[in-house]
Design a protein. Structure first.
Length: 321
């Protein structure tokens, strides 16, 4: 098969909550790009490039990269190309942005009512305020919902040890990247010290980073993202490193449309074990999605078994510029 056409489109999406914030930035909208490829047999495939300056790249850089990359699109599910899925249905976690404790609690109650069994709280590094957020979310979500924490590097190791002594009464399952990305020693100290799974995210920007974290056993879990690692091939390299070294994989949030989440879902489905919920439902937090639906039912997504990743441009798709 030969590709006969390639169309590049910007994909700008507003957030339902324009004040959505985490410790490193406020994110009022996403400026991604989409490429649609068609081959001589009529098969169509879409790809999405993530563009958030605080996390990956800016829109112009993403567009320049897309203009250089025109991959072939075979007519099978992506998971087949990656070795075959191990999971037909994957549990999802939803993220609670930094807000007043009562606002976060109200959102937690709403999400729990929709069937989500794991919620992740963004924290700010202000221990008393973060404790209030955790306490109110736990009360609102109830005892059966798993809570994970994501300070996004806003604590140092000793602060986190002191803070977690206050947090742990609320039954925390995992804490993600509490310390600065470069502080692998601090991350390793927390992994050895805290009675909870410690996850690396910003510390795992490349496959080489993953190798070092696994070889040093600096964390219990690594948050893997296609956008962060540089594509599916590198994602799979990171997965195999984690599995060989006995470190748990979790597929984390990369904001973007249903296309990005569907592609990440296909990749997540081939990971041997997923003991923690993945974060591939954040397309529901965005307006202006030009792709067909990737539905979440009772806090989980069924992995599409159709050619490609399972979504395509909607008939009335509008990608804003």
């Amino acid at each position: 098969m030969d590709i006969v056409s390639a169309t590049f489109r910007p994909c700008t999406q507003r957030l339902r909550d324009p004040s959505w914030k985490f410790a490193r930035a406020t994110v009022p909208q996403l400026e991604g790009h989409v490429v649609e490829l068609t081959d001589d047999a009529g098969h169509r495939g879409c790809g999405y490039v993530h563009a958030i300056p605080a996390i990956t790249t800016h829109g112009a850089g993403a567009a320049a990269s897309l203009a250089m990359l025109v991959p072939r699109v075979p007519g099978v599910p992506v998971h087949v190309l990656l070795g075959g899925r191990r999971h037909a249905r994957i549990a999802m976690s939803r993220i609670l942005a930094i807000k007043a404790p009562a606002e976060m609690a109200a959102k937690a109650a709403e999400l729990a009512a929709h069937g989500y069994r794991t919620l992740k709280l963004k924290l700010s590094g202000d221990t008393p305020r973060d404790l209030a957020r955790i306490a109110e979310v736990r009360s609102a979500a109830g005892p059966d919902v798993q809570l994970t924490l994501d300070p996004n590097q806003s604590y140092d190791a000793k602060q986190m040890i002191r803070a977690f002594a206050r947090f742990e009464r609320h039954d925390i399952a995992l804490i993600e990247q509490p310390v600065p990305a470069a502080d692998r020693a601090g991350l390793a100290l927390l992994t050895r010290t805290l009675p909870v799974a410690v996850e690396a995210d910003e510390s795992a920007q490349t496959v080489h980073d993953v190798f070092r974290l696994v070889s040093e056993r600096a964390c219990d879990v690594i948050n893997l993202k296609i956008t962060k690692l540089g594509g599916l091939r590198r994602f799979m390299q990171a997965v195999r490193l984690c599995e060989a070294g006995g470190v748990t994989c979790r597929v984390g949030a990369a904001f973007g449309p249903a296309l990005l989440q569907a592609m990440s879902l296909q990749a997540a489905s081939v990971v041997n074990a997923l003991p923690f919920a993945c974060e591939l439902a954040e397309h529901l937090h965005l307006h202006d999605d030009p792709f067909t639906a990737l539905p979440v039912e009772q806090g989980a997504i069924d992995v599409p078994a159709v050619p490609g990743c399972g979504v395509e441009f909607a008939a009335d798709a509008q990608c804003s510029s």
